[in-house]
Design a protein around this ligand. Structure first.
Ligand SMILES: [Zn+2]
Ligand SMILES: [Zn+2]
Length: 344
């Protein structure tokens, strides 16, 4: 089969690889339809070390996708060849203390689709997943929307952790697909005081389109001064959705006393720093958000019921043969890219 492999820093190649076997009776062989390139996939492309861990090249990444069922194991009930499915990329054990507490996203034995060293991902013609990780789609969702439900589920989990109050003033720092999904969900919940920032001009425009009340580029404005001039008491909630140290510092400056910072972006370096005196004096809570804890199904429902319109986030479609161009475009934010995806 064709597979897009990351073979080293800034190297993506189309190669031939054997089709995967079904590892157990309740697994399903899937044919990839649409596979989105996530910020976390880009980390393996940009740097050979992410969060203090070496990237084991060559790696087959990819976890945001829709797919078609090709073959089902004898215990993979409810699915038949030809079914179109959305894919929950986290495989949790269901038996550890975390799973029993409903924290499937921090399962002790978690395996994640396309996480190097755990499971081969969906940047390939075929991949395998347990049947319990699949959600059957009907014709009310396109394969592209089903793929976009995965980043929406990341934002939904972060929003659930943040539990915003109805009048909250909110910052979203970093308006890539996750930040934009956050803005869409905040608006859907009736919040309107949303302040958004990014480096890229295209993403600032996209933030306004998603429904931010105010958005600006950190390259062009002193965003802390601008936001605090509009909200002198500070923000109730700040979603840090870029992973940049600069935005982390801005979160601390923007949040009001007693407010919350939700860390959604994934910093590339192993350590980042906080101005602890400012945090402590304001008694700020920092909430770390990890992946999506079974938010895929509610995310699909929101799209299906047209409560959230995500189709426009997919701006760039690539063939697997264009692997290098696809990763470069997404990593370097070229051509106004929001979400880039491979169409298999
Ligand atoms: Zn992702
Ligand atoms: Zn578990």
């Amino acid at each position: 089969m064709k597979a897009v492999l990351l073979t080293g820093p800034r190297q993506a190649q189309l190669q031939q690889k054997p089709e995967p076997e079904l590892p157990d009776k309740d697994w399903v062989l899937l044919r990839t339809r649409v596979a989105g390139i996530c910020g976390s996939d880009l980390h393996y492309f940009i740097s050979d070390s992410v969060g203090g861990e070496k990237v084991p090249y060559p790696c087959l990444a990819g976890h945001e996708c829709s797919a078609e069922v090709v073959r089902v194991g004898p215990e993979a009930r409810d699915f038949s060849p030809g079914d179109l499915v959305a894919v929950e990329p986290s495989i949790s054990c269901g038996a550890c203390d975390q799973c029993l507490a409903g924290r499937f996203n921090t399962c002790r034995k978690i395996k994640f689709l396309g996480h190097p060293g755990e499971l081969d991902g969906c940047f390939a013609e075929y991949f395998v997943m347990p049947a319990r990780n699949l959600i059957k789609l009907d014709s009310s969702l396109t394969p592209e929307e089903a793929m976009l439900a995965e980043p929406l589920s990341i934002a939904l989990h972060a929003l659930n952790l943040a539990a915003p109050g109805s009048g909250d003033r909110v910052g979203v720092l970093g308006t890539g697909p996750i930040g934009l999904s956050l803005i869409l969900l905040l608006r859907q919940r009736g919040l309107s005081s949303i302040f958004a920032t990014d480096r890229s001009e295209a993403r600032v425009k996209a933030a306004l389109r998603a429904g931010a009340a105010w958005a600006a580029s950190v390259e062009q404005e002193d965003i802390v001064r601008e936001i605090l001039s509009r909200q002198p008491l500070g923000l109730d909630l700040v979603f840090e959705a870029s992973g940049d140290q600069e935005a982390i510092d801005q979160s601390v400056a923007l949040v009001k006393p007693g407010g919350r910072i939700i860390q959604v972006g994934i910093p590339v370096p192993e350590r980042i720093s906080y101005q602890i005196a400012r945090l402590r004096r304001k008694e700020v809570a920092i909430i770390n958000s990890r992946r999506q804890n079974r938010c895929l199904e509610p995310a699909l429902e929101l799209i299906k019921n047209r409560k959230v319109e995500v189709g426009w986030l997919l701006t760039h479609r690539f063939r697997p043969e264009e692997a290098q161009q696809a990763f470069s475009t997404a990593a370097d934010r070229l051509d106004g890219v929001l979400k880039a995806a491979f169409i298999f």
